[in-house]
Each structure stands twice: as structure tokens, then as C-alpha cells.
Design a protein around this ligand. Sequence first.
Ligand code: PGA
Length: 247
Amino acid sequence: MAEQESHPTLIVADAGEFGGAALAALCQAIAGLEAPVIGLPTGQTPVPLYREMALQSFVFPPRTQLFAIDEYCTNDSQPGTNAAFFRRHLPTPGNPPTRTPRHDAANPDIEIAGFCREIAAAGGFDVAVLGIGMNGHIAFNEPGSGPTSACRVVTLSPETRVQVSREWDTAPTSGMTVGLAQILAARRLILLARGEAKSAILAAALEGPVSADVPASLLQNHPALTVVCDSGSSSRFRKDFRTQAQA
Ligand code: PGA
């Protein structure tokens, strides 16, 4: 049945193994690719993935291109920008820098348009690694973002500003994001989720109706979605969903 074929691959990792499981999923997704184009997330969730890369001295194939999937619009550069995040968390020798749109660009509309032209010129994402916001956002595609939403400047929702407030004295009010159109066009998607606090939104995203109200639910329609989660974030899945999706 078509419905079953579009089930994601679900990997539930123990807390201590989350980074290794995420890295294994990423390696599987890029296997055989000589010059993978990869979209990468920031936030608390992917930190164990990047830590695992550092631990394993992981090196991408030589012609890999890494792109952030979003960035804040701000003149304040430290420490909350995604550019600063990648400098802190993905400095592994031998890997290319992760490109980010310039957070302090004079014209963010032009900046994000140019950034997305670079992704397109690279052939689009082979793999996009994603986190999920407390409100179901994907990158900075906030609720209301549909599947054809393009790269653009967005106003950050109050929920998102609260979620990121640990990184900022005053969280920026806007950001630049790769659109859901570019994300859904990736050949493979890896969605990461950690912690009990994400369990309700993760279940809503993967088991609930597909709707722009929960942008992460649009991932349900992707033919190659792998979800790497932990026991906390997976605790509200229905049993039948778990059984059908478990890798
Ligand atoms: P978090 O953010 O990993 O810090 O929870 C995820 C996201 O908003 O994409």
C-alpha cells in the first residue's frame, strides 16, 4: 500500500548512542556519493552527532559541500549565530566549512537568495539533516509554511524565540531559511529528535495530518525519510506506527 511505502525508517537510540546512530544514518545516506551536498542543522539536538564526528575524526568525501539550513538575521555575531555554532561544533580537520548565509548581510533577502542559488548550483541537497522545533518548524519554516515555500527571510515565531533564548540575551526577531521546497527536494532526509519535550510534536508531525500548521508533518510525504530519535522523543508514538516504521 502506498501509505505503508511512505513510512519513515525509525531508529530509536539510547541516549548515549544517539550521536553514533545519527552519524551511521548520515553515512548510509551519503554512501557511494563522491561529492555529496548536505544540509546541516544547528540547535541542541544535533550536538551529539557533531561530537561523534569529532570523536571518530570523521571526514566527509573530499568534494563534499556543507550548507547550513538557516541563519539568524542579526548584527550580533556571538555566540548564538549558526555560523558561530558550526565553528564551535564542526571544526573537524579535513572537512570543508559549513557555509551559512551572512547573518549581518545588509540585505537579507538578497543574501538568502544568493545562498540558495549556491545550493541549487551544487545540484540541490543529496541529504538534508533536520531538527524539529517545539512548534513543528523545520529549519526556520515556521507554522504556516507550505511544501512549496521558498528560501526566504522569515519572522521568527514567539515559540521559536523562546526555544532559542538560551543562546541569546535577546533572541533575533527574524531569520533566513532554506525553504521547504528545497528541503523536500533532497534525495534523503534525516530528522533528528531528542528528549521528552519533543515527544508530542514529533508524534503530531509523523502520525498526525499533513498540514502546513505543523511543517514537519510535510516530511511524511518524502519517500526517503529516516528519523533518529531517543526513548524520550519517541515516547508518544502509537504502537502500530512504531512497528511499521522501526528499522
Ligand atoms: P533544538 O532545535 O535542537 O535546539 O531543539 C531544533 C530546531 O528547532 O530545529
